[in-house]
Ligand binder design. Structure first.
Ligand code: SAM
Length: 205
């Protein structure tokens, strides 16, 4: 298949990228794995017994990291796209937003979840504002879901774009969690508006 100029440039840049090279040499499926490693170094949430839900998991870099840490816990990964199986990871190929997938998640864990990760990103359309709105909607959806399934001492970490609706997401998080922090890993590209929101300590009524 013929590749256009921008996709050729993307491939060239990708191969020059240090995190991409490292991900290949360490056997990670994506350079995104380093973002989770940095997030965990900062906030220290992945434990041996953690029950982890990984939303927007394909191709599986975050799930690899989570399953390496949570050897006595449970990991479930959800994505719209197919993901090659990983040992000790239950994969659900579904749109996270539909009720059916939420029910399947609750059934799999059968109990409260300790860590919810979301690296979900909407497909890019070429319209950066629209992409930002759509990805921030996914973040909001993950936060809303977390209110009913997260353990009181649990943690949710989600990708969020610094743009439209950022403040609405922040306000929602602050009204439902005792501690809300933001962190942009070094492995997140400088030009990207991406950051990560870390929320813990559910405010219960
Ligand atoms: C940046 S990639 C995730 C990379 C992944 N964290 C890793 O380490 O390999 C974003 C993913 O979000 C998924 N996604 C977007 N919307 C989704 C939805 N509604 N439900 C489930 N997955 C979704 C996309 O299919 C895509 O695979």
């Amino acid at each position: 298949m013929k590749k256009n100029k921008s996709s050729k440039n993307w491939i060239i840049n990708q191969h020059r990228d240090e995190y991409f090279k490292q991900s290949r040499s360490l056997g990670y499926r994506s350079r995104a794995a380093f973002k989770l490693l940095e997030l965990n170094k900062k906030f220290n949430f992945l434990k041996k017994n953690s029950k982890v839900l990984d939303l927007g998991a394909a191709p599986g870099g975050w799930s690899q990291v989570a399953s390496n840490y949570c050897t006595k816990g449970k990991v479930m990964s959800v994505d719209l796209k197919q993901m090659t199986e990983l040992k000790n990871v239950k994969f659900l190929m579904m749109d996270f937003r539909v009720n059916e997938s939420k029910k399947a998640i609750e059934k799999f864990f059968g109990d409260k979840i300790s860590v919810i990760l979301s690296d979900m990103a909407a497909n890019t359309t070429g319209n950066k504002d629209l992409d930002c709105i759509r990805t921030n909607e996914l973040c909001m959806e993950a936060l809303k879901f977390s209110l009913s399934v997260l353990d009181n001492s649990g943690v949710i970490i989600s990708k969020l774009f610094n743009g439209q609706d950022f403040e609405a997401v922040k306000k929602f998080a602050l009204s439902n969690f005792k501690k809300v922090r933001f962190f942009k890993p070094k492995s997140s590209k400088d030009h990207s508006k991406e950051t990560y929101i870390h929320c813990c300590g559910l405010k219960t009524l």
